[in-house]
Ligand binder design. Structure first.
Ligand code: AMP
Ligand code: GLY
Length: 425
């Protein structure tokens, strides 16, 4: 089978690695890909926001399966157009992709279907928003409605800050079209976890719960990033929480999608907040694998992830057949110094020639230069992944390998999984 993987991040490299290991796959094309993917796949240029260009490429390479990694092509209708052209696709159509592309739509979807979430109010009009914010209790969360690359969510502690954020979004257009409508939401205090489902219609496979570290600094401080590391399984989702997630969140969500006429095929990523009393509530939906969560979840599967992806794409997933390894997995993301602010590109990366069997390196912001060297080309440069029987062992193995990856000004967090490791201790 010929597989086309759309995207250029760590998530997509881990999908390419899964394809490389799969007996189902004989040829991998990645578009646009990155330095690491160019070692494992035939990389082709493509604008991921251009649905027509993606269809043209799928036709040109005669893909048997197209895996859409990021949300941007899905929000641009790439999955719809690929399906219209007869391709098997992993990733939802526009109707499903709205669960990530519009926070106000999703809030209404959750409330209408009585799925636990924070209460929220939407506003397009600045003065109406101000009246509401003046009389509200703080802290509150203000979100730009549309896709804002993780930057459109702000927690505000008082009316002055809230007014400023609402002004930035609704009047100053700092977030462009994405901020023309805002969602004002209740602040939930608890512990976050990521639930990744592989979905075909009402059938789903739930991958182990994971936890990522979005802040740049140790102890989860500092600026928000795309994710500096993650681990799974995350113990905050214990059996009781998992049962609630299935019964109160997953089942009603998939049922409602079906009732709305949406044939969802792809990943549904449910960001949850586990409140101190054990109640999980939905923070957000994403319509693609988490990055860096994907990089640790695929290696935890006992069976071939590509088979599951293909089954979802064809709408014939058999959930009872899914098996997960009795192991822990951890990823440490290595970033260019300065990220998520300005950072340097083009530094040559020195990679270890050999790695233990349980360790792998997944590329994100890398590329091959004219001299054939792998150089930095983005903020989050690469991730080091380790699988082990215990979380502590996974941590030791991952950081041993991190020490062997070097470039000028590489930065990484040394405390991935600190909450769970502290609890275990
Ligand atoms: P979102 O893009 O909606 O996932 O929001 C980004 C991040 O903001 C989440 O991962 C949470 O850490 C935080 N967040 C969003 N909504 C809330 C909320 N209602 N209460 C507390 N934290 C939130
Ligand atoms: N790791 C968070 C995300 O992929 O949105």
């Amino acid at each position: 089978m010929k597989v086309l993987v759309i995207g250029s991040g760590g998530r997509e490299h881990s999908l390419v690695i899964a394809c490389k290991k799969s007996p189902l796959v004989d040829e991998i094309i990645a578009a646009p890909g990155n330095g690491g993917m160019s070692l494992d796949a035939d990389c082709r240029p493509v604008d991921v926001n251009d649905a027509e260009a993606i269809v043209a490429l799928a036709k040109e390479v005669a893909a048997d399966l197209v895996i859409v990694g990021p949300e941007a092509p899905l929000a641009a209708g790439a999955a719809d157009k690929l399906r219209e052209a007869g391709f098997d696709v992993y990733g939802p159509n526009l109707d499903g992709a709205r669960l990530e592309a519009s926070k106000t739509y999703t809030k209404e979807f959750l409330i209408n279907n009585k799925i636990p979430t924070a209460w929220g109010e939407k506003f397009k009009d600045f003065s109406k928003a101000l009246t509401y914010l003046r009389n509200a209790e703080y802290p509150l969360v203000i979100k730009a409605d549309g896709l804002a690359a993780g930057k459109g969510v702000l927690i505000v502690d008082n009316f002055t800050d809230a007014e400023q954020v609402a002004h930035e979004m609704l009047i100053k257009n700092t977030f462009g079209e994405a901020g023309h409508e805002i969602l004002v939401e209740e602040f939930m205090d608890g512990e976050e976890a990521s639930i990744m489902l592989m979905v075909s219609g009402e059938d789903y496979v739930m991958l182990p719960a994971s936890q990522d570290h979005k802040r740049a600094g140790e102890g989860d401080t500092g600026l928000n990033t795309g994710g500096m590391g993650a681990y799974a399984p995350a113990a905050v989702v214990d059996d009781a929480v998992e049962q609630k997630v299935r019964d109160e969140i997953i089942v009603p969500t998939l049922k409602a999608l079906k009732e709305d006429g949406i044939d969802y095929r792809g990943t549904l990523y449910i960001g949850i907040m586990v409140l101190p009393d054990g109640q999980p509530k939905v923070v957000e939906f994403n319509v693609r694998f988490g990055d860096p969560e994907c990089q640790i979840l695929l290696p935890l599967l006992e069976q071939d992830p590509v088979q599951l992806i293909l089954d979802c794409a064809k709408g014939q997933l058999k959930p009872e057949t899914v098996r997960v390894k009795d192991e822990y997995s951890m990823i440490v993301v290595m970033a260019a110094g300065g990220y998520p602010n300005a950072y340097h590109k083009g530094d040559v990366i020195s990679l270890p020639t050999e790695l233990p069997d349980n360790v792998s390196i997944v590329h994100a912001g890398t590329k091959k230069n004219d001299a054939g060297e792998i150089v930095t080309a983005g903020g989050r440069v690469l991730g080091v992944v380790a699988n082990a029987p215990t979380l502590q062992q996974a941590k030791e193995d991952v950081y041993q390998a991190v020490d062997k990856v070097t470039w000028k000004d590489a930065y990484y967090r040394k405390d991935i999984a600190w909450r769970q490791l502290a609890r275990e201790a």
